[in-house]
Unconditional design. Structure first.
Length: 332
């Protein structure tokens, strides 16, 4: 049996605002096997960053987790005191933040910033051991070691991104969470860096959660994928199984709005409508106002979990799951 490294169980979270509560996560559940890369995809505002930040509880003051559990190596992270959780950050779980490229402090040499991060979290490292580690990390991410003593302004955008990735790898974490780490870069540089990140991750046996708007990037990097919509994880399973047969009409719509990974030129089909405002999300299935299969049930009752008949780990929240021919199936 493969080992589960992370289990999110029925996680709900809201942001308190003057206008009311933003229901940013609603009963999100999934399990991630050790050593795999999970890609999380979904339109802007669907809760991807919120989910990532909730894992390490790096949340703003107005965020409130209203239910659920986050098990990492069987430990419920939500029960840990802040001090205990600090032991997990960087060493066990590291994070590459959205727009992280600007996270390097401009007045310090890049190498020194990484050495400091290593020594902060792993005091057993002497300066020279930490410096050696930085050299190794630079090689891993494809940065020339002569760059260690340079300042951030002497780096291109792609180099800064590689340095940020080196920093995330610095304490040899078990899980890396990368929140759209490269969207500010041009696509060729982006592609090269992501492939390198994935190769290094595989070599080091790390698990990764990779967040992106771009389903093509997710398809290439991730063995398993999750699709989020309006604060919910609406579909989850192996990338192969999702591409073979998406269950949720939203996933199918997302896939149709990108050229096929098999190379065939699809007609771009955009899902009509907009995601809901999470201050006041619709009842029942959150996707129902945009769904072509909508029925009265969808408008009123949250859909049950439907499992793919061919892959038990592949599930979706839908009253009218799509079947083998793109037609509707009944529930088991
Ligand atoms: N601090 C906050 N206070 C209030 N609402 C927030 C806060 N942070 C995020 N939100 C809201 O929570 C929802 C989820 O936001 P989140 O940033 O997690 O989405 P996302 O999927 O990461 O989007 P993007 O793709 O644009 O990065 C959105 O409706 C957003 O407006
Ligand atoms: Mg985000």
């Amino acid at each position: 049996m493969a080992e589960t490294i992370l289990e999110i169980d029925n996680l709900s979270l809201r942001y308190k605002t003057k206008k009311g509560d933003v229901k940013a996560l609603n009963r999100v559940s999934f399990q991630l096997e050790k050593g795999l890369a999970l890609g999380l995809v979904g339109e802007s505002g669907c809760g991807k960053t919120t989910l990532a930040n909730a894992i390490l509880r790096l949340l703003p003051d107005n965020a409130e987790i209203t239910g659920g559990h986050i098990y990492f190596d069987k430990e419920d992270l939500l029960l840990l005191a802040e001090q205990e959780l600090r032991e997990y950050r960087w060493k066990k779980i590291s994070m590459i933040f959205q727009a992280a490229m600007n996270a390097l402090a401009p007045v310090y040499r890049v190498g020194d910033q990484i050495i400091e991060a290593i020594q902060n979290h792993a005091p057993e490292f002497t300066y020279s051991a930490a410096k050696e580690r930085v050299q190794r990390l630079f090689e891993l991410v494809g940065l020339d070691c002569s760059r260690i003593d340079h300042y951030p302004h002497q780096y291109s955008g792609g180099m800064k991104q590689r340095a940020i990735i080196a920093m995330a790898l610095a304490c040899d974490p078990d899980l890396i969470i990368a929140d759209e780490p490269t969207t500010a870069l041009d696509v060729i540089v982006q592609d090269r860096i992501l492939k390198r990140l994935n190769r290094v991750r595989e070599e080091l046996g790390m698990t990764m959660i990779y967040i992106s708007h771009d389903i093509a990037v997710i398809a290439e990097l991730s063995k398993v994928m999750g699709v989020m919509y309006a604060g919910e994880l609406v579909e989850f399973g192996s990338t192969l199984s999702l591409f073979k047969q998406a269950i949720h009409p939203y996933t199918a719509g997302l896939m149709n709005s990108f050229p096929s990974i098999k190379g065939a030129k699809n007609q771009l089909s955009i899902i009509p409508g907009e995601p809901p405002n999470l201050l006041n999300p619709p009842a029942g299935c959150k996707f129902h106002p945009r769904c072509q299969y909508v029925t009265a049930q969808c408008r009123q009752v949250r859909p049950p979990l439907y499992r793919s008949p061919t892959e038990q780990q592949h599930f979706a929240l839908c009253w009218h799951p799509l079947g083998a021919n793109g037609k509707e199936n009944d529930h088991e």
